[in-house]
Design a protein around this ligand. Sequence first.
Ligand code: SAM
Length: 244
Amino acid sequence: MKGKVIGDILVIKEDIENPESLLKTPGVKRIVKLGRINGLKREPEVELVLGEGTVTTHRENKCQFKLDVSKIMWSKGNTTERKRMSTIVQNGETVVDMFAGIGYFSIPIAVHSKPAKIYSIEINPVSYGYLCENVKINRVDEIVEPIFGDCRITAPRGVADRVLMGYIGNTNEYLDVAMDVLKKGGIIHYHESVPDKLKFIRPVERIQEAAINADREVIEIINKRIIKPYSPGVYHVVVDAKIE
Ligand code: SAM
């Protein structure tokens, strides 16, 4: 089937013949076509092919994620990573999710593990709004504290046993912030989009350089994994590093 199902919406990128036939797909009640992404705000052209509205609630790993598919991304390719993160946080830890989105990682961690606190920072007001709603819907408001703004400014310093850097773009430019946020012996989960030849070499080097610049040291690279292909010859990877 072309497209991906998010909540009860089938999101397609190209015109399809006889869209009614796709309503037979289990769970699909609406069809939305997303077109070109325009303007400074990078908003996609949206066409409602069948049904009304673009807000839905996607269920995954016993969590609920409310979102507007025309404004917010949902990456199927990150499913395994969202699940993995929900199982590795230890009891009583403090987590800082520097790029929280609508709660992609914060919600599953809060639902399936027992951290003391998760600070979830998000700069986009639309995503932040859904993050706050998702915290309530999943009843994790005693654990997750959403923070609006740029993590460079708003991230609480010196508090985290674990820092999540679940963003691919100029993530490396925030490693200095992550070092300031992380307590001694804490773990950074660093995401990067990286050409095949450099995969794992460049992210590890960047973490090591940031540690040195912060007068710290990488004690151990605990884990390295490919999350998904990002573009031809480029991978979205994550490296888990323990920092002195
Ligand atoms: N990891 C997610 C997943 O599983 O699908 C996707 C990552 S999400 C797209 C990254 C989020 O980081 C976006 O919502 C973006 O608005 C936010 N972001 C980007 N720069 C930021 C910054 N400086 N401070 C806080 N949030 C930021």
